[in-house]
Design a protein around this ligand. Sequence first.
Ligand code: PLP
Length: 393
Amino acid sequence: MSDLPREIPLSVPVVGHNERVYVDECLETGWLSTGGEFITRFEDAMCELTGARHAVACQSGTAALHVALRIAGVTSGDEVIVPSLTFIATVNPIAYLGAHPVFVGCDEYMNIEPDSVREFLESECDRAGDDVFDRNTGRRVAAILPVHVFGNPCDIESLHVIAEEWGIPLVEDAAESLGATWTAGGFAGRHAGTVGVAGCLSFNGNKIITTGGGGMILTDDEEFANHARHLTTQAKSDPIRFVHDEVGYNYRMTNVQAAIGVAQLESLPARIESKRRNHALYAGLLEDVPGIEILGIPAGTAPNYWFYSALVDADIYGLDREGLMTGLASKGIQTRPVWYPNHMQRPYRDERAYSVQRVTWFWERVLNLPCTHTLESEDIEYVCNVIRDLGGR
Ligand SMILES: Cc1ncc(COP(=O)(O)O)c(C=O)c1O
């Protein structure tokens, strides 16, 4: 038993009554695996929520990205434009396909910066027929893979223009942004993950809703969706006689996972609302702490407020991000820095990186604060008081 006054984890799953009811239904009916009504119910509910025409439930967000990139046409020897500042699971599926990431920079909300995508294409690439080639490597640029970091929708309008201009498919990593929308511009009313040829969600344990582990491909393209369903179920052309027409994967979500997902989805609006309130509470309480700032939200968006990022200015605050993380941990408060930039990660440090200065700036300063939607205002006050006390030394 800890003798700390409080223990506040970064982000934990919260399970309600219906999760148990629906999982029991799976156990009683014997539909445990990759068949069963909850998978279709979860997919249908996701289409209804996001407005996507089709949804394909997968084992994980990583699996969803792997399949979506493959169907979008990424193949061995290609390049994919991807932000350096993201979880490595955005990048790994590019490597699974034998392709290479080209890392680009981020904007002031840590999202992929359209200008650096454009600059890379204009200054480093040539068109040849319908294709675009990186002049330096001779590789085809096969996709642009933006991420809606921590639930903030990225500048999709600019990216969409670039993607159309260059004829390169856009695949969205919407792993962290379920329920986030744009509220202004050409995509007002649209959900993150529904603008590109496909968008990929994650239901990993720390996400805004969870299925334990799981993911989903959203797309408006029926053929894309059918192909995704085929590839995620071992590409069977004759399921009885075990005839397969492609190299497929065992990537389909199970009915038990989907049962949890259906129940979790019921509380999504309430989760987002409470996360929005808590974001405002953190920002208000920390407003007068010198050297600490809660990252705001991009104009023209309604994020899902999944994660709260504090920017630590060590010179003003008196402690750097690592010092603050250690200080908070000693008071029972779990926090995490933003990801180590992918262009510096061992598997990817020889790949191309373009305009990534702001990525390292964020990497040195960002600390993510506890954000489970069930946090009480006293919990947030406690975290903010500890942050205030640790500063100014
Ligand atoms: C930005 C991002 N991309 C991809 C993933 C991969 O999702 P999963 O863990 O479900 O494979 C995650 C989450 O884990 C993520 O945060």
